[in-house]
Structures are given as structure tokens and as C-alpha cells.
Design a protein around this ligand. Structure first.
Ligand code: UDP
Length: 328
């Protein structure tokens, strides 16, 4: 039986690994393409039982590998989820972050052009920078520093969007662009430095919990299953793909509120340490998802109070830590 193939660049990563499984469940043969730079081999292990699944280890900054080209005639969907997304990780090799977004996206767009496959870019709320407009609507052009430490990611994604929309305008490829807001859940890397993984893992290990700044900055946290559903709906929708679509959970919390929720699930006597707010750290962030609601009929279903215990349970298993009985 021949089947349509979905190529997931970054498929071993946090969102990518959930996406690979969901696409397989929807009947696609799945090729997971990943350089394993920031992803975990255990994410790959979680995909081992998928039927008609293959893993190709390669970096999208390099020309696409033969193992992908050999199956190109059956690739009908290309998801680009490939890029380190946590600030400490994408800043560790900023040149590679920029190249992943620009050169890597170019390689995948060329493949889309050659195969006729539909291409989806996972862009980011970071294109809005430290926003002056709240909540963030897709029409807001952002307040982004092109000289600061986040620029490799923010400007890299903005360039990737520009190239993707140029391909659409020139009718070279059919495209979709999702702007992903903070997402959390199982398969996050325990040490990737993001706030949900840091706070939960520090509490589980009894280590001091690191709060940057005074904790009054806000984020809006989307559970990974909601995000994956949104990405697939966007890819499969018949919308005109020449506009980006925000995907995220509009429930907004201060980092201090997140800390309270984490400590209610994972009591810890490790204490809290305050650190300086990182440079260019956005003060607040919340998606306006009116476009996703109306175009895709999509909205998040998992509240933080439900997703956080599930995430803590998963991290507890990963770290071999114990949780209070009420949560475990
Ligand atoms: N943050 C924090 N403690 C941590 C990690 C992050 O207080 O251990 C803060 C960070 O300064 C930011 C927010 O939490 O204001 C979200 O950070 P994250 O790195 O998860 O994602 P971002 O939205 O900044 O890309």
C-alpha cells in the first residue's frame, strides 16, 4: 500500500515528537528528520512503535539527505519544527540558530516546490518581540531587537516567515505559518532552561527554584496536545495560507502565579532564588486567537490546572522522583 508521507523536520523534539505520533494516527507515513541537537533520544524511543515510520538523522542546514529525497514523490506534507526554541539553547550557537531558520527553511521550501507538498512553518510569538500591543494579534508587527541575544531566533524566524510568504506569493509552494506561543507538556527536555521545565524539575529535585526578575512578567501556556491539534488543523485547512495564524492558550499568568501552581503540585523545601531578568525578556505575552477560532474552529481545551499535573507526573517518572499521592 502506498501512503502519503508527512515529513517532520525537528520530529524528535518536544512538539515534533507529539506531532509525528498524531500524524501517524491520522494515517500518514511519517519521516522524522532531526539532527538530535536539542532533542532527546527517549522522544525517538516513544515513536518506535509507530507503523510506517522512519527516522533520518540530518541537519536541515545541510542539503537534504538522500533518504528523504528517495521518498520525495510521496511527500505531501512538510512540517518545519526544527529549531532549538529555549533561550539558553538557541543562544548557545546563535549562528546555527539563524542558519536553521533561514537556510533550513529554504531547503524545505525547495522540497515543497519540487514535490508540490504543502509546507507548514512553525514560527513563534517571538516575532512580536517585547510587545507594545496586548494581546498580540497577527497584524501587529512586533518590537524586536535585531542586535540583542534573542535576535538569532526572533529575526531568524521573521526571515523564515518572509521567505515562506514569498514562496506563497510567487506560487512556488502552498504554505501555512503558525505562530506558536509558549507550549509545555511531556517530552520537554528537563534541562532545556524553559520556565515550566525548570520550575517543575527544580521542585522535584528539591533544588532552589529560579525566578528571573520579580516574577511579574507574564506568559500564556498551551498544553502540547492542543498545540498539535492546532498545527494539523492549520495544515489541513483550505484557508488561503498567506496570513500567519497564532496558536496558543490565551489564559495568561504571571511567572509568580505559575510558581504557586507548581509548588501546589510539587511541594518543595528547596526555596526560591531570584536572578536578573534576561536581556530583552518580553514583559508580557498572550495570544489573540480569534483568527484560529474562526478559520480553524480551534481553541485550546486543556487548562494549566489540568496540564501542569500531567506534565509534573511525566517529569517525575523521567527523573525518578516521587510526587505527593494526591497528584501521583
Ligand atoms: N523564567 C524564570 N525562571 C526560569 C526560566 C525562565 O523566571 O528558570 C522566566 C523568563 O525570564 C521568562 C519566562 O520565565 O520571563 C518564560 O521563559 P521561557 O524561557 O520559558 O520562554 P520565553 O517565553 O522567554 O521564550
Amino acid at each position: 500500500m502506498t501512503m502519503d508521507i508527512a515529513l517532520v523536520a525537528g520530529g524528535a523534539g518536544f512538539i515534533g515528537s507529539h506531532l509525528c505520533r498524531a500524524l501517524s494516527e491520522r494515517g500518514f507515513e511519517v519521516i522524522c528528520l532531526d539532527n538530535l541537537q536539542t532533542s532527546r533520544v527517549s522522544n525517538l524511543d516513544s515513536l518506535a512503535d509507530l507503523p510506517r515510520y522512519s527516522f533520518v538523522e540530518a541537519d536541515i542546514v545541510a542539503p537534504l539527505p538522500q533518504a528523504v529525497l528517495d521518498k520525495a514523490d510521496r511527500i505531501t506534507r512538510i512540517y518545519n519544527c526544527a529549531c532549538a526554541a529555549s533561550p539558553p539553547q538557541y543562544q548557545a550557537d546563535p549562528e546555527h540558530t539563524m542558519l536553521t531558520n533561514v537556510v533550513g527553511t529554504h531547503h524545505l521550501l525547495r522540497l515543497a516546490e519540487q514535490t508540490g507538498a504543502r509546507f507548514l512553518l512553525t514560527s513563534t510569538s517571538e516575532v512580536y518581540g517585547d510587545p507594545e500591543v496586548h494581546p498580540q494579534v497577527e497584524g501587529y508587527r512586533g518590537w524586536v531587537s535585531c542586535t540583542g541575544p534573542r535576535a538569532c531566533y526572533d529575526e531568524g524566524k521573521r526571515a523564515a516567515e518572509a521567505m515562506t510568504f514569498d514562496y506563497a506569493r510567487m506560487k512556488r509552494a502552498e504554505v501555512r505559518v503558525a505562530r506558536i506561543f509558549n507550549t509545555y507538556g511531556p517530552h520537554m527536555h528537563p534541562d532545556d532552561g524553559r520556565v515550566v521545565s525548570n520550575l517543575v524539575c527544580q521542585a522535584l529535585r528539591g533544588e532552589p527554584i529560579t525566578i528571573y526578575g520579580d516574577g511579574s512578567q507574564t506568559r500564556s501556556f498551551c498544553y502540547v496536545s492542543d498545540m498539535v491539534e492546532g498545527l494539523i488543523r492549520l495544515m489541513e485547512s483550505d484557508i488561503d495560507g498567506t496570513e500567519p495564524v497564532n496558536l496558543g492558550n490565551p489564559q495568561e499568568f504571571t511567572i509568580g502565579e505559575l510558581l504557586s501552581k507548581v509548588l501546589a503540585i510539587v511541594p518543595s523545601d528547596g526555596g526560591v532564588t531570584h536572578h536578573d531578568l534576561p536581556q530583552d525578556d518580553p514583559r508580557r505575552r498572550r495570544p489573540d486567537i480569534a483568527r484560529a477560532r474562526s478559520l480553524l474552529g480551534w481553541e485550546p481545551r486543556v487548562a494549566l490546572d489540568d496540564g501542569l499535573p500531567q506534565t509534573a507526573r511525566w517529569f517525575a517518572r523521567e527523573l525518578g522522583a516521587t510526587l505527593p499521592l494526591a497528584v501521583a
